[in-house]
Design a protein around this ligand. Structure first.
Ligand code: NAD
Length: 241
């Protein structure tokens, strides 16, 4: 059976499907990923800029990078793929989404059960007193400061930081209970996020990977679909009754 038709059948037959998304889910909405060649910013590696180390050593560049990302996010809307996933949740076809994305596009498309492993760009937080601000705070000052004199950082998990325990626990439960686990648009290079597809497979789920390029876990997948997230989801949606 052809790959798209097989995925549509598995989706319909599965009692517990979980979707796991990465930056490639949002490139069709105009938000660059980190690893494709278009993902680079000012010829710098975003993986270096989105780090605790960069925030301490080079704060002006760090905050400029996040202001650029907030600006891009202001221009972006969820695409058809995000909307299809939200409809699938409403129709009971998927249990939830585990995402590495910080753009909030799954929520904006109408998905409810979304685990944001890497936090969110919608908020900013003081690193000293943990006060939470709307992300606009990052646009107001070059290096934004809290009333307590602590630095305010974007509400995302930076390279070098621990992931939030509650998100890890929710992702763990979803992965263990899944019977079908669909990865969309992730290189699966970032850990510990990339642990969840393997966990789901070890617990007996079928693993499907939809991506433009090879990923770190292709060798574990039961089905590989090479293509654009939005286009593949649209094709699957046409076959799901
Ligand atoms: P990544 O950049 O490592 O990999 C993205 C993958 O998606 C690549 O393998 C690429 O080939 C593929 N891809 C690109 N466009 C695609 C499309 N239209 N359809 C299908 N596949 C496509 O991303 P990652 O694995 O998510 O890890 C990067 C880290 O960067 C994460 O921690 C994430 O938080 C962060 N990030 C988030 C955003 C966002 O929120 N939109 C954007 C950039 C980076």
């Amino acid at each position: 059976m052809e790959n798209i038709a097989l995925l549509a059948k598995w989706l319909q037959d599965s009692q517990s499907t979980v979707v796991f998304t990465g930056a490639g889910m949002s490139t069709e909405a105009g938000l660059p990923d980190f690893r494709s060649k278009d993902g680079l910013w000012k010829k710098k590696d975003p993986r270096q800029l989105a780090s605790i180390d960069a925030m301490k050593r080079n704060p002006e560049e760090f905050y400029d990078f996040y202001r650029m990302r907030l600006h891009n996010l202001g221009l972006a809307d969820p695409h058809k793929g995000h909307k299809i996933l939200a409809q699938w949740e409403q129709r009971g076809l998927i249990k939830g989404i585990i995402t590495q994305n910080v753009d909030g596009l799954h929520h904006r498309a109408g998905s409810n059960n979304v685990v944001e492993l890497h936090g969110t760009l919608r908020e900013a937080v003081c690193i000293k007193c943990q006060k939470v601000y709307p992300s606009d705070k990052l646009l107001e000052e070059k290096i934004p400061q809290c009333d307590c004199q602590g630095k305010i950082k974007p509400g995302v998990i930076l390279f070098g930081e621990r992931l939030p325990v509650d998100a890890l626990e929710k992702a763990d439960t979803l992965s263990r209970e899944s019977k079908l686990f669909i990865v969309i648009g992730s290189s699966l290079e970032v850990s510990p996020a990339n642990y969840f597809p393997s966990l789901a497979r070890q617990m007996g789920a079928k693993l499907v990977i939809i991506n433009l390029e090879p990923t770190m876990l292709d060798y574990e997948a039961d089905l590989l679909i090479k293509g654009k997230a939005g286009e593949v989801l649209e094709q699957v949606e046409k076959l799901v009754k």
